[in-house]
Write a protein that binds this ligand. Structure first.
Ligand code: GLN
Length: 537
């Protein structure tokens, strides 16, 4: 294809309308028609990346293969497109300013006054264009975080204006808005959308497509009215109704012809229909499960379910693969003790102890591991959940009652989880953990190998503390198998126990790699074990 096409997705009226899902759905449709597509998220906050953000602020931090700590929307992009993203797919205002200021200090601006226009906007535009140029993509979809009219979003909207002007027909803007429904009069209201488009027009940006979120059908009269007030072609006013699952949205957008409208704008062929057979098969398995299993998710951020987005999506993929519905029971680790664990976990078919940081709620995680181990309930520990499993085993099976992670108790006499030497001198919090894809060798006689079907795997990391190899010999001799080892560092990545239907702890984050078309093997095996547990009850 001649030159890369750029699509910007902006949001109006309110936040949380699902720009990420609309962007991912459009990308899916274009990919299914044979185009090479990628998606990028521009976040208007000043943090350099979301790695230092509390999950309550911003939901999960999603980690890419190359170790970037990014916005959770990148997780949706990967789950929909089944292709990896990287650092270049998520840019924040903090990162933009950091690089402009670095350039200024180096003297790159040759004495010029450094300003928002052109220096910040140039930096933004470069981050967008570079993705298309170096990644060899036909289409780049760039989602702009926040809502039109936000002060923080102004430099981004200005960059879109400039790019639209520079790239002409190779650039387009999709504006996602909400049509609120007034119960008293029984009608959908278009005024907030009119105002939102006016706000964009004040910045010189004319949207080419409106995608209207609505709880009710958007009829032709409303589309005509919206078209008239916003200078958008009526055909380009697209309805987006609430869906029962986010995975339905690509098909809804296909029925609404969003992909055709986009291809039309770029003058690209619409003849070949998107191949969505596998996607449809997945949806059928998802919608018509044969059985239900209930899995407990133990974590300290359970009030905000977005904190565990990739895990809950991985359960949806693995559930569909097993033709079972996975019901998640969200359990707050802070309220768990060895005494009440049995009650809180009663009836569960599987237990997953989630990743996490710090002391709060950690003992609750250890108590749940003990319950799962002793009662032979399928157990899956991720990162902190793996560390909790090592500590529980050291305390209750080996008898080292003081065993702990130095993250919680730096004075523990048995620091079975501890900082590696290279982490000791680190003082900065941002971007300094063990991050991104690393190799792991699995032993053949393990549950992990049975799941993956291969010995050489790579998985993504995000943690500071590690299994302490000083205690490995004794722990292994006591029955805590180390079945996955990093071939370069010798660090233990996977632990398991015998005589248990499923007991696997992984130091890495398998949830980041689970996609619709490639459900993660460990999640698939864990859900299968939970399903068997339920049937044998
Ligand atoms: N707090 C632990 C560590 O830093 C685990 C991190 C995690 O669960 N992602 O090693």
């Amino acid at each position: 294809m001649a030159s890369t096409k750029y699509i910007f997705v902006t949001g109006g009226v309110t936040s949380s309308l699902g720009k990420g899902i609309i962007s991912a759905s459009l990308a899916k449709l274009l990919q299914a028609r044979g185009y090479r597509v990628t998606i990028q998220k521009l976040d208007p906050y000043i943090n350099v990346d979301p790695g230092t953000l509390n999950p309550y602020e911003h939901g999960e931090c999603y980690v890419t293969e190359d170790g970037a700590e990014t916005d959770l929307d990148l997780g949706h992009y990967e789950r929909f497109l089944n292709t990896p993203t990287s650092q270049g797919n998520n840019v924040t205002t903090g990162r933009i300013y950091q690089s402009v200021i670095d350039k200024e200090r180096r003297g790159d601006y040759l004495g010029k006054t450094v300003q928002v226009i052109p220096h910040i906007t140039d930096e933004i535009k470069n981050r967008v264009k570079i993705l298309g140029e170096t990644g060899n993509f036909d289409i780049v979809i760039t989602e702009i975080g926040g809502t039109v009219g936000d002060i923080e979003a102004l430099p981004y909207i200005e960059s879109v204006r400039q790019l639209k002007w520079e790239l002409e027909r190779n650039c387009m803007v999709i504006h996602l808005t909400l049509l609120p429904y007034l119960n008293v009069t029984g009608e959908l209201k278009t005024k907030p959308t009119q105002h939102s488009v006016k706000t964009m027009l004040e910045s010189g940006v004319q949207p080419d497509v409106l995608v209207c979120r609505s709880e009710h059908p958007v009829d032709d009269d409303i589309k005509r009215k919206l078209a008239l007030f916003t200078n958008v072609r009526q055909r380009n006013v697209i309805e987006s109704r609430d869906a029962s699952t986010i995975y339905e949205v690509p098909l809804m957008m296909y029925n609404e012809k969003l992909d055709e409208v986009v291809l039309d704008h770029f003058g690209l062929a619409t003849k070949t229909q998107p191949n969505l057979d596998k996607w449809r098969e997945f949806l059928t398995r998802l919608k018509f499960p044969k059985r239900t299993v209930e899995i407990g998710l133990i974590g300290k951020y359970v009030e905000l379910k977005d904190s565990y987005k990739s895990i809950s999506e991985a359960f949806i993929h693995a559930g569909a693969a097993n033709e079972v519905q996975v019901k998640v029971r969200w359990i707050h680790s802070e309220h768990l003790t060895p005494k009440n664990a049995a009650k809180s976990c009663q009836g569960l078919d599987g237990i997953l102890v989630a990743p996490g940081f710090g002391e709060r709620g950690f003992e609750g995680k250890v108590a749940t591991v003990q319950y799962a181990r002793e009662n032979k309930i399928p157990y899956f520990g991720i990162c902190y959940g793996m560390q909790a499993a090592v500590i529980e085993y050291a305390r209750n099976v080996v008898g080292w009652t003081d065993a702990n992670t130095t993250e919680v108790d730096p004075k523990s006499s048995k620091p079975v989880i501890a900082l590696m030497d290279e982490q000791h001198h680190i003082t900065d919090m941002g971007g300094t953990m063990r991050l991104g894809a690393q190799k792991c060798e699995l032993s053949k006689d393990s549950q992990a190998f049975a799941a993956y079907g291969e010995t050489a795997i790579t998985e993504r990391h995000r943690h500071r503390y590690e299994y302490n190899n000083d205690y490995k010999e004794e722990l292994v001799a006591a029955g805590l198998k180390a079945t996955g080892i990093n071939p370069e560092s010798g660090l233990v990545e996977v632990i398991e126990i015998e005589d248990h239907p499923f007991f696997v702890g992984v130091q890495y984050h398998p949830e980041y790699k689970s996609t619709v078309l490639n459900p993660h093997p460990l999640f698939v095996s864990f859900v299968k074990a939970a399903d068997l547990h339920r049937q044998n009850k």
